[in-house]
Design a protein around this ligand. Structure first.
Ligand code: GLC
Length: 444
């Protein structure tokens, strides 16, 4: 009858017993039931039954949990390297253990008050007019709106810390005008920095040696939305300070919050992976029908977030080189830490909104999270609800999911139900993917 609580952002119900889980932050937009990894790594479990105890595995690499899957009464937790800190927490009950754990890991991030309001987001808003239309429609329909999220299209060619000047000729005036109407603009920041001569963030990163490097010392290349990018080495305190300082540009333009994305880090493909695929194709010459269809399928699908790529670059941690896959689960958290530490430097008297897609326990001190690319499925509304208490146990309080569902087309009844739950989630944001049905409340 024992119940196993924990694991924060993970599949299944609040009782984790009976299944497999792997803590390895993963950009996977299809959260079906069999998936073992989502975007976060939250290695806390609490066993509550005849015996009651909590276990926290402070371990930055891949960690697998077999919680009564192979045998309903056994639990097996495996790591690759022996370097793991294990905390055992004893207490009266699960609540008591959670309380102690929360005390141990430190106080949770508190957002500005406006961040508890309702926010509208959609991947695809591009111009100043697009944003103004959303505000006007909400106002005309007398539906409250407090935040408006800016997805990647506000940037110039998806370059971090730039704003497209054609679409926003005077960005500062725009943020001021929105603020006058009670709207807080919240732009996205992605982990990868576009490789482009003349782009100052790229050039500074190269000059300072702030990007993750391959064994031979060259910066590692990863393809994401902007095309080829370099990944800032957020585990290096100097790189963290440098990247954090870039947020100041947007703070100076009147921005009061951000969402950090693609920070597992997500990799569509690496040039090495791409070239291996191309030379495999070349190996077949002109006979296109000669391909081994299964192998081709596996190779194409294996390009994204490949374990090979995660073994191909290194972090510089206080002068020590550490292979990325060994500390993979700390990457997104340290991006968010970079931002949070910068906010303390540049806006010490202000609360800045910050939430991230990828996270590790401890990041709850720097920001909140959203639950990533869910879909407009009723089962995901339930999953959203079930993840909330598990995340709270791990210290994450400012949390929420894309209301209405990110991928796939929503329906009016599903959106309504999701909004009804969203009222009770601190992060209350309607967000959807490019190409899906438009789901701002006024569309219905
Ligand atoms: C990722 C994010 C999603 C965002 C999209 C485009 O899929 O999870 O929220 O809209 O990238 O930036």
């Amino acid at each position: 009858e024992d119940i196993v609580f924990g694991l924060g952002e993970a599949n299944r119900g609040i009782n984790k017993r009976g299944s497999l889980y792997t803590s390895f932050c993963t950009d996977d937009p299809i959260h079906t039931e069999e998936k073992v990894s989502l975007y976060g790594a939250h290695n806390l479990i609490i066993v509550s039954g005849k015996e009651i105890f909590g276990l926290f595995f402070d371990y930055p690499g891949a960690l697998t949990f077999d919680i009564g899957y192979s045998h309903i009464d056994n639990m097996e937790i495996r790591c690759e390297d022996a370097d793991l800190d294990l905390y055992e927490i004893t207490g009266e009950d699960a609540y008591d253990i959670t309380r102690q754990f929360r005390r141990m890991i430190g106080r949770s991030y508190i957002p500005p008050k406006f961040a508890f309001g309702y926010g509208q987001s959609r991947w695809g808003y591009k111009t100043r007019e697009d944003f103004e239309t959303v505000v006007n429609e909400y106002r005309e329909h007398h539906i409250p709106l407090d935040l408006l999220y800016m997805d990647i299209d506000y940037m110039d060619d998806y370059k971090d810390f730039t704003v497209n000047t054609e679409n926003f000729p005077d960005f500062k005036a725009f943020t001021a005008q929105m603020k006058e109407q009670g709207i807080h603009l919240i732009p996205i920041i992605d982990a990868g920095v576009k490789i482009e001569e003349g782009y100052d963030v790229y050039e500074e990163g190269i000059a300072g040696g702030y990007f993750c490097k391959k064994k031979n010392g060259e910066p590692f290349e990863a393809c994401v939305w902007p095309g080829l990018t370099h990944l800032p080495d957020f585990l290096d305190p100097k790189a963290r300070e440098w990247f954090g300082s870039k947020y100041k540009r947007l703070l100076d333009a009147g921005i009061e919050g951000f969402w950090n994305d693609m920070n597992e880090p997500a990799i569509f493909y690496s040039p090495k992976g791409r070239d291996e695929l191309l030379s495999y194709l070349d190996g077949y010459g002109d006979d296109r029908n000669a391909f081994d269809h299964e192998e081709l399928h596996a190779r194409v699908h294996g390009l994204a977030n490949s374990p090979k790529d995660y073994r191909d670059f290194y972090h510089d941690v206080n002068g020590k080189k550490i292979r990325h896959d060994k500390v993979h689960n700390l990457y997104g958290s340290n991006m968010t830490r970079a931002a949070s530490e910068a906010f303390a430097r540049y806006a010490p008297d202000k609360q800045i909104l910050m939430f991230s897609r990828s996270s590790y326990i401890g990041m709850h001190r720097y920001g909140g999270i959203w639950m990533g690319d869910n879909r407009s499925w009723w089962s995901h509304l339930l999953l959203n609800l079930k993840m909330l208490p598990s995340l709270n146990m791990c210290g994450f309080l400012y949390i929420g999911a894309d209301l209405g569902g990110f991928g796939a087309d929503t329906t009016e009844d599903l959106l309504l139900r999701w909004l009804a739950l969203g009222v009770f989630t601190p992060l209350m944001r309607n967000h959807s993917a490019l190409g899906t049905r438009e789901q701002e409340c006024y569309r219905f």
